[in-house]
Write a protein that binds this ligand. Structure first.
Ligand SMILES: [Zn+2]
Ligand SMILES: [Zn+2]
Length: 300
């Protein structure tokens, strides 16, 4: 475990944002810019949760530390359960864990292959976009649909990102390519073996509440009750579900910088008390694991 990422408990008032993206996936801010926005909004804690990568986490940790903000190394994994798409947020990940790195590299390869397939479909539709253009624009290991959309706008094939999605990239549109997904249970297991805690992202957007009990039984640690697209009623509803299934409460803006309109950071604030509980749970789990790891090392 790299202690760059080991946060110290910081109880008290304030707000956290535990769902954030940078240009290491489909966001537009660097980790330093993102941390700066967090500081301006007075956040006490931030978690970087780029899609299928932890590459920005070291820079995020450093930038946050300079600003007196707690940071969590995280990632957002795309998964599915019973035919429903589910996003699993991993928190307090050991970014140097070999199995995590191998798995993330596989997910990134799947993403890159998907870009080639989407571009091939566009080419068949007589849109002469080149995959190299998308990769150059994305300039990261975790390219996704928003990058294809931005490339379509940049090259003048579409007037806006919305138009690119509506005409070509949305589900059931002609350049849409379904994404290979691991199961939610596999995603939770992957987060756990990397020493982290797993939370189900924005349940209000996926409308698959019926799978929450099974995921909770399988070890899901948290539920993202606070999210930009959750109404106050939805937040209250999911707080109740979290309490019933003994799940920790997480929340965040899902800010992508200027990728999807204006930056969302600061608009959805997780009361710091929930961050403190998450942190305490992680510390207790890590403390529980450390002596056992020491015993295992002695006996081997
Ligand atoms: Zn995204
Ligand atoms: Zn997200």
């Amino acid at each position: 475990m790299n202690d760059t990422f080991a946060p110290t408990p910081r109880p008290g008032p304030g707000f956290a944002d535990l769902h954030l993206h940078t240009l290491f996936s489909d966001g537009t801010f660097s980790p330093e810019e993102l941390a700066g926005h967090g500081a301006r909004h007075g956040l006490v804690a931030m978690a970087l949760t780029d899609h299928d990568t932890v590459e920005g986490c070291a820079r995020m940790a450093l930038a946050c530390r300079k600003l007196g903000i707690q940071s969590i190394a995280g990632a957002e994994l795309t998964a599915e359960q019973d035919g429903n798409e589910v996003h699993i947020l991993g928190y307090f990940l050991d970014v140097e864990d070999t199995r995590l790195q191998v798995n993330l590299r596989q997910f990134q390869t799947v993403r890159q292959n998907r870009i080639h397939e989407m571009v091939a479909r566009l080419n068949r539709l007589k849109i002469p976009l080149r995959a190299e253009t998308v990769f150059a624009l994305a300039n990261c290991h975790s390219p996704g649909r928003p990058h294809v959309g931005r490339a379509l706008v940049q090259e003048g094939f579409c007037g806006s990102l919305d138009e690119a999605f509506d005409r070509f990239l949305k589900k059931n549109r002609p350049a849409y390519v379904p994404k290979f997904k691991i199961s939610a249970l596999e995603a939770i297991a992957l987060v756990h073996q990397a020493g982290g805690l797993a939370s189900m992202a924005h349940p209000g957007l996926n409308r698959s509440d019926e799978i929450i009990p099974a995921l909770a039984a399988a070890g899901l640690d948290g539920l993202e009750c606070f999210h930009t697209k959750h109404t106050a009623a939805m937040t209250a509803y999911y707080l109740d579900i979290a309490a019933r299934h003994h799940l920790l409460v997480t929340g965040g803006s899902d800010c992508h910088g200027f990728s999807k309109g204006k930056p969302l950071i600061g608009g959805c604030k997780l009361p710091a008390v929930y961050y403190d509980r998450l942190n305490q749970h992680y510390q207790a789990k890590a403390a529980d694991r450390a002596p056992r790891a020491a015993v295992a090392a002695q006996s081997s």
